[in-house]
Write a protein that binds this ligand. Structure first.
Ligand code: ADP
Length: 212
């Protein structure tokens, strides 16, 4: 994605507003010897892209800085709930062999382990499974609860937290995924999964919305 390209007329409009704003659409058109109708789409684009601000009965004014403020604001408003994925959970009693199969079937890098009450119990990464696979032959006989990282050592997040908070946790703990949890009787229920892929998608959506 390249930075938004303005056409010659849009550049001219921007210069006029920088120099003379606040200025009405009518006056801008006059400076360019064009009609208001002709420049209407350009004004709309410049306003939507955040270059210009429009106030009724006042006119257009330049808002170059606002774009960055808006970007920061949008970034801090991004919440886990808007980007989380469906959790892929397995039971504690599942064998390592079946967990590996499950990881391929579901096309995920992290499996979340729950107990028989469906409460968060553990987490399995690719390397947890690989480590067991190179050291053991009877993978069907080992239940995942023997090898998983278990509670209370699990990092998790909640749906109303910001993506920035979740990203910080992923980086600080050097992990790829966080279960998204809710309080429940006797533990935490898993309602989602937040991964580095979700964060990459969020990053991209920020760039797309701002048309870099
Ligand atoms: P990989 O091991 O494939 O590089 P991770 O970096 O996510 O993947 O996992 C590293 C270790 O941290 C693994 O032993 C895994 O069980 C554990 N782990 C993964 N996610 C979490 C989490 N949310 N909370 C605590 N430990 C985790």
């Amino acid at each position: 994605m390249s930075r938004m390209e303005l056409n010659k007329r849009q550049d001219e409009i921007l210069e006029i507003v920088k120099a003379e704003g606040p200025i009405t659409g009518e006056q801008i058109a006059e400076r360019l010897s064009l009609t208001r109708a002709t420049i209407r789409p350009d004004l709309a684009i410049l306003t939507m892209a955040g270059f210009l601000d429009a106030r009724p009965r006042v006119g257009y004014f330049y808002s170059g800085k606002k774009k960055e403020q808006q970007l920061t604001e949008n970034m801090m408003n991004m919440k886990v709930r808007d980007f989380q994925s469906i959790p892929v959970v397995v039971q504690e009693s599942l064998s390592v062999y079946d967990a590996i199969t499950q990881m391929f079937l579901e096309d995920v890098g992290t499996l979340i382990v729950v107990d028989d009450q469906s409460r968060l119990a553990g987490i399995l990464s690719r390397k947890d499974l690989l480590r067991t696979a190179i050291g053991t032959t009877e993978l069907e006989k080992i239940p995942v609860h023997m090898i998983m990282t278990r509670m209370p050592n699990i990092s998790y997040c909640r749906k109303n937290e910001t993506l920035v908070q979740a990203a910080k946790l992923l980086i600080d703990r050097q992990i790829d995924a966080l279960p998204v949890v809710e309080e429940a009787d006797g533990g935490l229920t898993v309602i989602g999964r937040l991964t580095k892929t979700n964060l990459t998608k969020a990053f991209l959506s920020l760039a797309e919305n701002h048309d870099f």
